[in-house]
Design a protein around this ligand. Structure first.
Ligand code: GDP
Ligand code: GDP
Length: 435
């Protein structure tokens, strides 16, 4: 399970600057994949080989004056709930403010490690000014210039050192993990309950690591699988759910923990930006995806209603459209079984390993017939391919001139893999490397 580092603090202290710095490092060093859209608020980073998830809580700010204070408080509370570690960022230019004091009060009461960072300490002058923050009653702070990156190393050393070391023991190891994600009120609980009532289930609170993570073992419809849910449904009363921030924050952990994400959409509302965020999270984490359009019972149907709805979703989700889309009613239980069936198919697709001999036998003639277009008189020759032993499908194509293989051809290779081997619902990575 991934460690989550949340950056909290007032607007303009420099949260997103630090966030982007964390992500850039990662992208420059590890993530060679081009064309992956980057979420502004959420991403993966690593320090000395230790991977973590970073969240910029400020990315979700609601900028209306009157809700402002309340918003910050809620974001901090949620960050405290969901994160492994919290970076509390202060701005030396503005000095200590009342809001800072209030935020710190909330953080102090949590039992999560809090790292206090005094930002915009660009020179020695600010280093001295930073001592003002001892007024918070703290022992230690880190000075930093997130604009230049100075000070980030010491901070990351300490954060990573403090990550919990206890290995998480999965009580359902080896079983497919599925999560139902979606905006508030789309019908997630209704679907969960519809799945529940036909058979007794075991609800396991996995104590310790994930305070509120619930895994429910299902053994039905001839399938054995685990439904993963975080605190979401239970915390309903506590926070207002109509903010994007909450649904995304909550989704993160269950998505990371799952193999397949059922993205539930409200048929009466259509595909909106929040759905896109959840989709982006699932895709970035290379999870299997099934899109389920719920409340289909409420839709006036004509000849092409389903087809048109599907086309509109595919138009909006970008390039990765090889995804099953189902039209269901959790309330009337229409196509519930189908949903499980398709999710399990996607699970199988994601776990699929193509034998190297088979892969080469099929793919090399395709590349032979349709090679990458010649560039500056040079011809790319693809010689050999393998699937990597990763949890989700990743392929490496060895060739003489990988730098000449453009995005369009990578997409062609991906589409051929999909066509030949069937990876519906699963993000695929394709790499071209020097042989
Ligand atoms: P957020 O609202 O907390 O996410 O803050 P931003 O990251 O958007 O930064 C707010 C402003 O402060 C931007 O104009 C940044 O360029 C600037 N800023 C961020 N970090 C630093 C820093 O270390 N030094 C200086 N001088 N400016 C910074
Ligand atoms: P959640 O917030 O995503 O867990 O959504 P709920 O499961 O609590 O459902 C929100 C509301 O939508 C409830 O009033 C449900 O009865 C209703 N609902 C859920 N699924 C359906 C459906 O398939 N058809 C109709 N008509 N209503 C539904």
């Amino acid at each position: 399970m991934s460690n989550i580092v949340a950056i909290v603090g007032r607007p303009n202290v420099g949260k997103s600057t630090l966030f982007n710095r964390f992500l850039e490092r990662r992208e420059a060093i590890v993530d060679a994949t081009a064309g992956v859209t980057r979420d502004r608020h959420y991403g993966k980073s690593d320090w000395n080989g230790v991977e973590f998830t970073v969240i910029d809580t400020g990315g979700y700010e609601v900028n209306t004056e009157d809700v402002f204070q309340e918003e910050i408080t809620k974001q901090v509370e949620l960050a405290v709930d969901e994160a492994t570690s919290i970076i509390f960022m202060l701005n030396v230019e503005e000095g200590l403010t009342d809001t800072d004091q209030e935020i710190y009060e909330l953080l102090r009461r949590s039992n999560k490690p809090v790292y206090i960072v005094v930002n915009k300490a660009d020179s020695a002058k600010e280093e001295l000014a930073a001592t003002e923050f001892y007024q918070l009653g703290i022992e230690k702070y880190y000075t930093m210039s997130s604009a230049t990156g100075s000070g980030t190393g010491e901070l990351l050393d300490d954060i990573v050192k403090d990550f919990p070391t206890t290995e998480y023991k999965d009580p359902f190891e080896g079983l497919p993990k599925i999560t139902i994600a979606g905006r508030p009120n789309v019908g997630k609980s209704t679907l969960t309950n519809a799945l529940l009532d036909a058979e007794r289930n075991i609800v396991t609170d996995v104590a310790g690591t994930t305070r509120d993570s619930i895994q429910t073992l299902y053994n039905k419809f001839g399938y054995e699988f685990v439904l993963v849910d975080t605190a979401g449904m239970r915390r309903k009363a506590k926070v207002k759910e109509d903010l994007e921030f909450y649904s995304v924050m909550r989704s993160i952990r269950s998505i990371e923990y799952s193999d397949v994400v059922i993205i539930m959409v409200d048929a009466t509302l259509g595909w909106e930006s929040q759905d896109m965020n959840i989709f982006g999270l699932a895709q970035k984490n290379r999870k299997g995806i099934v899109i389920v359009v719920n409340k289909w019972d409420l839709v006036e149907k004509e000849t092409n209603t389903t087809r048109d709805f599907e086309a509109r979703i595919k138009e909006k989700i970008g390039q990765f459209t090889d995804i099953p889309i189902l039209f269901v009613s959790a309330l009337t239980k229409q196509r519930i079984l189908k949903t499980v069936e398709v999710a399990m198919e996607v699970y199988q697709n994601r776990a699929k390993k193509i034998k190297t001999s088979k892969l080469n036998e099929i793919m090399l003639p395709i590349f032979e017939k349709t090679p990458p277009p010649a560039l500056k008189g040079k011809y790319v020759k693809i010689k050999y391919c393998v699937q990597l032993p990763t949890p989700s499908p990743q392929f490496v194509f060895f060739c003489n001139l990988p730098q000449y293989v453009k995005e369009a051809y990578k997409r062609f290779a991906e589409n051929q893999l999909r066509k030949e081997f069937g990876f519906t619902g699963v993000p695929i990575e394709v790499y071209f490397r020097q042989k």
